[in-house]
Design a protein around this ligand. Sequence first.
Ligand code: NAD
Ligand code: DAU
Length: 348
Amino acid sequence: MNILITGGAGFIGSHVVRRFVKEYPTYHIVNLDALTYAGNLENLKDIENQPNYTFVKGDIGDHDLIRSVFKEHDITHVVHLAAESHVDRSIQDPLIFLKTNILGTANLLQAARETWKDTFEGKRFYHISTDEVYGALELDKGIFTEDTPYDPRSPYSASKASSDHLVRAYYHTYGLPIVISNCSNNYGPNHFPEKLIPLILNNILHKRPLPVYGKGENVRDWLYVEDHARAIDVILHKGKIGETYNIGGHNEWKNIDIVRLLCDKMDAKLERPIGESRELITFVTDRAGHDLRYAIDATKIEDELGWVPQETFETGIDKTIDWYLSNQQWLEHVTSGAYQEYYERMYK
Ligand code: NAD
Ligand code: DAU
């Protein structure tokens, strides 16, 4: 397999790239990433010199570049993660979400269709998506299955829903061999500190206010990022063409409960008086159109492909906290902007 992984310098993408480079020395992994604010090649330092790995800096929307990458590397598989991913940014500046998530995906689909036109045999286009396309659930009622109708509420989720529809359209119209997965909230190492868990950990470290939107009653279903990367591996190899798989950890938490848990765990690890960090909790104006609850039914991938999460929330969150405490330089580089010079230093 010659696999084009898009967005491999981001949070989830970096775990997927590392997994494939390490687990499959006979595959060639091409990581194409535009290195937006969310792309960080420091996430991949340990594998950047592996012989089965190539990094290409570029935009998924670049017509000529994408076609030349397909041809030059004889791409047989695409694992498409590149996206604008942060809901709050999509509320501030929606158009870049439409450009990258919709038009960028369309450009990749079209390049795959053109380059693979002689035969789709042995080819696969795997699109990584989110549970947010299904909309919002009431508290304690309902769960998202693969048959839940789409009902996206934010510019981010609308752009992801749109890209999912396009991917399915290429399957139905042209027979492009596609597969899609929709995953719940990930957490773990390399998570950009604009997202809830790393933001709270970073702010606790620096004794800054911990912003909780609204009353903190919103519920998210959390999955450790390496469990997601393993699910992506399983779906790429064993998923059925044309199918959709939901991925989740059966692990629902109210935001305020997570924030309190992180406060108590960090106080213990940093040997601060228990309760000190909770004092930093600050309720702030709610996110516009804030989805109340997400919850994933992952029965299909469990039953049909044999994937189950390996981490419980307790083990995953301890690993995550320990990673952030031992990688404070990573956090410092991300918050100071120094990480963005890594490409210039290493690749130019
Ligand atoms: P991220 O924001 O951490 O990383 C996105 C990566 O894409 C970055 O490296 C960025 O540089 C790159 N990128 C952005 N625009 C690009 C462009 N035009 N061309 C090429 N590269 C570009 O995102 P993430 O949290 O790792 O999410 C990865 C994927 O998984 C996204 O498609 C997202 O919708 C999906 N997803 C995320 C979660 C989650 O909890 N984080 C859950 C389910 C699905
Ligand atoms: O469900 C999957 C989605 O999870 C992915 O598709 C998105 O790419 C990913 O960013 C994530 O979206 P969320 O909006 O759920 O994640 P975020 O970390 O931004 O917020 C988690 C919850 O915490 C949400 O209810 C909003 C709340 N929140 C967030 C921030 C940043 C706060 O209360 N305070 C904050 O400062």
